[in-house]
Design a protein around this ligand. Structure first.
Ligand SMILES: [Fe+2]
Ligand SMILES: [Fe+2]
Length: 139
């Protein structure tokens, strides 16, 4: 069972961004499946957090390049939210690397973080920039 079943309404109509959002959904599904299968080993957790940090950086950079290109009026606030999320992702990774960290608690912290990106960031915050990008022919 997938944790997130992709729906058409999740698409923003900007190809590169939709692909990246979709790959986040895939990573989340992968992570939950691992958890259900009791395969969330140290090694797998590392792979997932690594992927997540990569995702966060690559994806946020993509959005911010589009903001520049379209002179998006909410660039500053959106970018500062991205920065907070970049820090949070790094923080989780650092915590995890500590020898005595409670891996189970961290798993739930990571899941909560991903859910915040998913539910709030993608589905409300990101949607706000769509008209501006489309007006600048970014699809
Ligand atoms: Fe996004
Ligand atoms: Fe964003």
């Amino acid at each position: 069972m997938a944790f997130i079943v992709w729906k058409d309404e999740y698409n923003l109509g900007i190809k590169k961004i939709d692909e990246q959002h979709r790959s986040l959904a895939d990573t989340m599904n992968e992570m939950f499946q691992m958890f259900l299968d009791k395969k969330m080993t140290d090694e797998n957790f590392k792979i997932i957090t690594q992927k997540l940090i990569e995702y966060v950086n690559v994806h946020f950079n993509t959005e911010q390049e589009y903001f520049l290109e379209s002179a998006y009026e909410k660039t500053q606030i959106h970018t500062s939210v991205h920065d907070q999320m970049r820090l949070r992702a790094e923080e989780l990774k650092v915590k995890y690397d500590q020898p005595n960290s409670n891996k189970e608690t961290l798993f739930f912290e990571l899941a909560e973080f991903l859910q915040a990106i998913w539910v709030w960031h993608i589905n409300s915050f990101d949607k706000e920039y769509v008209p501006c990008l489309h007006a600048h022919n970014i699809y």
